[in-house]
Design a protein around this ligand. Structure first.
Ligand code: SF4
Length: 251
């Protein structure tokens, strides 16, 4: 990825959220100006405008907290959870709405959101030593004609080098982390329930990672996008250095 594209991929999500908050703030200011320009409005109008104003102030304050969570660990814990919930269910939707009205590319925004979320996860795990790290991988990483059954146990891989599973197996053994292949969202959820990891390094495509990070928003999930040189869901690849970087930061 070129440096300019990488930079855009990082700033797109926070820029979209900030622009949406500015637009909403200006709209609210305009409505308040119209409402109080002539005759004094009815009490219920005032009540609605006060609620809207307080909501706006709350969202701006939480956005500042969320931006800070990319470089400072947020404490107390309830504020960190609230900030994460707002990131997933409010700020992502604001950015996505801005994407729709500006006809922007969905995958670029998703990538930017995942990068932003990764920063919050890394910051929250700063100086935390995790003993239970899990690599959650998509089954499409495996070579399509591989006869070995690795979905039940990645360590069954015979390391022929035909796909990236071999490298991931070696990495998982070296760092003593759990690794599992999931054939879908249901199995991924079951694996998380069974293993109860402290932190997850998940590899998948844009859509699956976005769904996973939003579904399990309360868990620290570091997202690594796979590469799809042969098209979606078929013999995908992954940058092993990105996985190793995450493991080393969480260990
Ligand atoms: S590296 Fe492992 S999983 Fe991949 S094709 Fe070879 S034996 Fe199969």
């Amino acid at each position: 990825m070129k440096a300019q594209e990488q930079y855009l991929s990082v700033i797109k999500f926070p820029s979209f959220v900030s622009l949406m908050l500015i637009i909403l703030g200006l709209l609210l200011a305009w409505v308040i100006f119209i409402a109080y320009r002539g005759i004094w409005p009815a009490k219920w109008v005032t009540a609605v405008l006060v609620i809207c104003f307080l909501t706006m102030v709350f969202m701006v304050l939480m956005w500042i907290v969320t931006l800070r969570s990319t470089y400072i660990r947020i404490r107390p814990r309830w504020l960190q959870r609230l900030s994460k919930w707002m990131l997933i269910y409010v700020f992502y939707n604001l950015a996505n709405f801005f994407r729709i009205i500006t006809f922007s590319n969905r995958n670029v925004l998703t990538e930017s959101f995942l990068n932003f979320n990764n920063e919050t996860v890394l910051t929250d795990q700063l100086d935390v030593r995790n003993s239970n790290i899990m690599l959650l991988l998509p089954h499409c990483l495996q070579k399509s004609d591989c006869p070995v059954r690795v979905t039940s146990n990645i360590f069954n891989c015979e390391e022929c080098g035909g796909c990236d599973i071999a490298g991931i197996k070696r990495m998982a053994a070296e760092h003593q982390v759990k690794a599992a292949l999931a054939t879908g969202g249901t199995l991924a959820r079951k694996l998380l329930q069974d293993y109860k990891p402290n932190v997850i390094v998940a590899v998948a495509c844009h859509r699956d990672l976005l769904d996973g990070v939003r579904d399990a928003w309360h868990l620290p999930i570091y997202a690594v996008l796979n590469e799809r040189p042969k098209g979606p869901c078929f013999e995908t690849r992954v940058n092993l250095a990105s996985i190793e970087f995450a493991i080393q930061r969480f260990k």
